[in-house]
Design a protein around this ligand. Structure first.
Ligand SMILES: *Cc1c(COP(=O)(O)O)cnc(C)c1O
Ligand code: SF4
Length: 428
């Protein structure tokens, strides 16, 4: 699916077409178009004009973060779809070919978002995930897209073809009823996509009723808008209304956190990005920052150290460095755990304690959030040392465990227990 405009709500950021980007050669344009038949692509004026360094493409990290690259597809698949484009294939031919390629990629477009959906009175609560005791994730239906798409997005299946919006919630009442039935839930995390693509008045319909629930003490909003569209907080028509809404949440005595997705220090460098942070902080909301570690974008210690240093200087809090989960083009983005650990260690060792609030590398996987703490030698055998920061079963929280060292392992399910041991969190 090729889509080269920003969110329809932001008419003025419309990017006329790829042809308007002079820095792209004809072949590069064709490559982008070919891959974009398969994987979602969306970019806006701000990214094109202010974030990408066009003198450095195709290796510029923001270009890689947003623009599709031929290496994201299997070489044969790439050639097939490229040749179809050159031959002037019909839309239908292109779509059939793209669907075939997608079906071979992980995560498969169906089913990934149906995990952890809770029930109330025997019925699934739509648009809610509840995995960790204290925190409920809410997916408002109008917030299931983004201002621009990250090329590594693991939620990409929801941006292509027939969107599986069964998952998102249009109605807030069942969510509220569920929260009322679970007084142990202190945190509600609105997520997407990006809930801040929603107009303020639409967001308010989800947010304000939560303030009537005394058990909900923290509201978090997962967002990339601070990086992809800081105008949202500064000059959009309803930017001021959004800030007033944040103030209302704070005035109710709650903690409001923007879980901001910043992948690269350049996203923090523009005056408008800094102004957005200043305005958000002015409401009393806290900005906590997280991003995955991905090849071609931020796979080195200096980039992370600089990212965290700038975050601290701007008064925002480094929170998580994630290991990229299985997205379709995993081979393209993957950074093995051993390398991720070196990158994390190299980054934290360059910064002061205030920037070491970033925990990583962290895998958000089925049993919980597992952090790779380091490596160690036991009786001459090299091991990884890990711990659960979060766990589906609370008894595993802060549980420390070891696994065989494996230079290539890139996810928890690639790890094996050491000789004669088993992972205690797995059923025997
Ligand atoms: C990461 C995550 C949370 C939040 O975890 P914190 O450690 O509290 O930030 C909640 N639910 C799910 C499913 C998550 O993956
Ligand atoms: S902001 Fe998040 S949900 Fe949106 S495209 Fe990027 S990774 Fe995906």
């Amino acid at each position: 699916m090729f889509e080269d405009t920003s969110h329809p709500a932001e008419g003025r950021t419309l990017l006329p077409s790829l042809q308007a980007i002079d820095a792209l050669s004809a072949e590069q344009r064709l490559e982008v178009q070919a891959v974009a038949q398969v994987l979602p692509f969306r970019v806006n004026r701000y990214i094109v004009d202010e974030l990408i360094d066009w003198d450095r493409i195709p290796d510029d990290p923001i270009f890689r973060l947003c623009f599709p690259h031929r290496d994201m597809l299997d070489p044969d698949d790439f050639r097939t779809i490229r040749d179809l484009l050159v031959a002037g294939a019909t839309k239908q031919q292109l779509q059939e070919c793209a669907q075939g390629i997608r079906a071979r990629l992980n995560p498969h477009p169906a089913g990934q978002t149906t995990q952890n959906v809770p029930t109330l009175d025997g019925e699934a609560v739509p648009g809610v995930q509840h995995k960790y005791r204290e925190t409920v994730l809410v997916f408002p239906s109008a917030g299931q897209t983004c201002h621009a798409y990250c090329s590594y997005c693991f939620r990409w299946p929801q941006f292509v073809g027939d969107r599986d919006l069964r998952f998102a919630t249009r109605r807030i009442d069942p969510v509220l009823a569920y929260l009322r039935s679970k007084p142990e839930v202190s945190d509600v995390l609105l997520t997407g996509g990006d809930p801040l693509v929603m107009k303020t008045r639409v967001l308010a319909r989800t947010l304000l009723p939560m303030l009537d629930l005394p058990s909900v003490q923290t509201i978090r909003i997962g967002t990339k808008s601070v990086a992809w569209w800081p105008q949202r907080f500064v000059e959009d028509d309803d930017a001021d209304d959004l800030l007033r809404l944040f103030e209302k949440v704070i005035a109710s005595g709650r903690h409001l956190a923007l879980m901001a997705h910043y992948s690269h220090p350049r996203e923090l460098s523009t005056p408008i990005a800094q102004r957005a942070i200043e305005r958000i902080r002015g409401t009393g909301a806290v900005i906590r920052c997280q991003a995955p570690l991905v090849r071609h974008v931020n796979a080195d210690s200096d980039t992370w150290a600089e990212l965290w240093r700038r975050q601290v200087a701007l008064g925002v809090v480094p929170y998580y460095m994630f290991v990229e989960r299985d997205t379709g083009p995993r081979h393209y983005f993957e950074v093995p755990l051993a390398e991720a650990l070196c990158i994390y260690t190299g980054a934290v060792s360059q910064v002061s304690g205030l920037a070491r609030t970033a925990r990583g590398p962290v895998m958000s996987c089925t049993p919980g959030k597992a952090q790779v703490l380091g490596t160690m030698d036991v009786a001459g055998e090299k091991r990884f040392l890990l711990r659960f920061l979060q766990a589906r079963d609370p008894k595993w929280i802060n549980h420390v465990f070891t696994a065989r060292y494996d230079e290539k392992a890139a996810w928890l399910d690639h790890l094996r227990p050491c000789e004669g041991e088993r992972f205690e969190f797995e059923a025997p």
